[in-house]
Ligand binder design. Structure first.
Ligand SMILES: [Fe+2]
Ligand SMILES: [Fe+2]
Length: 290
């Protein structure tokens, strides 16, 4: 239940200590993944399940089902004949990738709060997460060993640690009434909180790494191949360009991830046609998430 009146006295030390203890003792106010998705994940994770069995579980949630078909027809699978049934959608996406697809489609439900004064902040977080997700997916298009689908999900979950912080913040007037205070609180701790959440949710370790390390602009794994963390570092910085966020003032040349993904500013010869094509891809990917 949302608190009627935020009333608790805030100290940073106590807030962080309490949040950490909540995580350690499994008491954290974690938004839960929608039931259908959890059920579908159990079936998908079971080696003995068939496409028909997964289709049956997914079909029980008509919203997710319709979106899964849309997902299979998205730019992620461009150039292939459209599919119209759940079964065909699962076959198209690939059995091993359906898990990520379902998580991606369920993620919007997690960015919710019943507490009115922080609703806008939560919506902004969702918007930002979608923006990073679509940018990461577009970057992944040029990298053979990274799936665009995975990049999309990585972008969606990179700031997920901000969610329990927002949910807990509703008890403190000093946070509810000051955007600035809230941002100052989220900035240094959301990566560690996100890492812990995704571990509890048994996410792929590569997604956990994204939550944990996306704010570490100096990260440089040397000759190791480009990974999801690189993509999300770049997508996150680009997402904050031209805003008043501190990341808008960084120099891309100082960030190893930009070099590692071989990021180039859009060439000046990129005509309106290319630009329009990219915008269409972004719109279609966004459309998939909402
Ligand atoms: Fe972040
Ligand atoms: Fe972010």
């Amino acid at each position: 239940m949302p608190a009627a009146q935020p009333s608790r006295k805030f100290t940073l030390k106590a807030f962080v200590e309490e949040l950490r203890a909540d995580i350690a003792h499994n008491r954290i106010k974690l938004p839960t993944l929608p039931n259908i998705s959890l059920e579908a994940l159990v079936v998908v994770n079971d080696d003995t399940s068939t496409v028909a069995e997964v289709a049956e579980v997914v079909e029980r949630d008509t919203a997710i089902a319709a979106r899964l078909v849309k997902y299979a027809n998205s730019p992620l699978y461009r150039g292939v004949k459209p599919v119209t049934t759940i079964k065909a959608a699962i076959t198209r996406i690939g059995f091993d990738k359906v898990r990520h697809a379902i998580l991606t489609l369920a993620m919007k439900e997690v960015f919710k709060t019943g507490f009115k004064p922080l609703q806008q902040r939560m919506e902004e977080l969702w918007e930002h997460s979608m923006d990073v997700a679509t940018r990461a997916a577009l970057l992944a298009r040029d990298i053979e060993h990274i799936d665009q689908e995975e990049a999309l999900l990585a972008g969606l979950v990179h700031d997920i640690g901000a969610i329990p912080i927002l949910l807990k913040a509703q008890d403190y007037e000093v946070l509810v009434n000051s955007r600035d205070n809230l941002n100052k609180l989220i900035a240094p701790i959301h990566a560690a909180i996100g890492r812990d959440m995704l571990k509890v949710w048994k996410f792929d370790p590569r997604m956990v790494a994204v939550a944990a390390e996306h704010e570490n602009l100096n990260r440089d794994p040397g000759n190791a191949p480009v990974d999801l963390v690189d993509l999300v570092i770049v997508a996150n910085v680009l997402s904050h360009a031209d805003t008043d966020h501190p990341l808008a003032r960084v120099n891309y040349r100082d960030i190893p991830a930009f070099r590692r993904v071989n990021w180039q500013p859009p060439p000046p010869e990129d005509g309106p046609e290319q630009e329009e094509e990219t915008m269409e891809d972004i719109e279609e990917l966004r459309d998939l998430l909402i």
